[in-house]
Design a protein around this ligand. Structure first.
Ligand SMILES: Cc1ncc(CO)c(N)n1
Ligand SMILES: Cc1ncsc1CCO
Length: 218
């Protein structure tokens, strides 16, 4: 049986390919991504994850039953744990004492899309907007893990997203999305598809932004 989420994934295969072959991820896998670009990415990602956790917490407040409330609260907690472990390790390594407080355009666009969707659109759309954050990172993590150069300076990042723990969380997020979609109207399902695609595009933009060390103009 084809799950709703299978059709979501099929709709972003071109975006996913663009992500996998983006020079940021190619160079990260080969261990030759300039440290400056990874540091930029990490700083933006710290801002991103804080808002991602907020969006998950909003969804917890909107969830229709206890099981879903607990799921979203756990997701939010997991994000905070990863944020602390991963980012603080790399910040120490890069000698970053005060991480930036200024989101670059791609981060700003993405986090505000997630927060606005979680808060103001339907619960179904909120779920669909949040799903690529989980799912794309698992696939990218696995893909990079398979082709990663030995002694990769970014191995800890790769292991986080290629690991079993993250895999289990992502499987739960996909299952929850299918449960929500089963009860959704055709109109809501279409809105879920749209939200999923927007987030997938914004994922690509986030990596592209880091690769270009994107700044506000003006
Ligand atoms: C931009 C972005 N999307 C998704 C994840 C995975 O949670 C992350 N760390 N950063
Ligand atoms: C999606 C995601 N990103 C970092 S941790 C995590 C799972 C939170 O439980």
């Amino acid at each position: 049986m084809t799950r709703f989420t299978d059709t979501l994934w099929s709709s972003i295969t071109d975006i996913y390919q663009a992500i996998i072959y983006h020079p940021f991820n190619e160079e990260l896998a080969r261990g030759i991504l300039p440290r400056e670009k990874f540091a930029f990415y990490m700083q933006q990602d710290a801002l991103y994850l804080a808002d991602f956790a907020r969006a998950l917490a909003i969804m917890a407040g909107r969830a229709p039953d206890e099981a879903a409330i607990i799921q979203f609260v756990r997701f939010a907690e997991g994000v905070a744990v990863v944020e602390r472990a991963l980012h603080h390790t790399y910040f120490r390594e890069f000698g970053i004492e005060t991480p930036t407080r200024q989101p670059a355009p791609a981060c700003f666009t993405y986090t505000n899309f997630l927060l606005a969707t979680a808060a103001c659109r339907s619960y179904e759309e909120g779920m669909a907007a949040l799903l690529p954050c989980f799912w794309i990172y698992r696939e990218v993590g696995h893909d990079i893990y398979r082709r990663a150069a030995p002694n990769n300076p970014y191995q800890k990042w790769i292991d986080t997203y290629a690991g079993q723990e993250f895999d289990e969380v992502v499987t739960q997020a996909i299952a929850l999305t299918d449960t929500i979609a089963e009860q959704a109207s055709a109109t809501q399902q279409q809105r879920m598809r749209d939200a999923f695609i927007y987030s997938a595009r914004l994922e690509w933009m986030f990596w592209d932004s880091a690769y270009r060390l994107e700044q506000w103009l003006p």
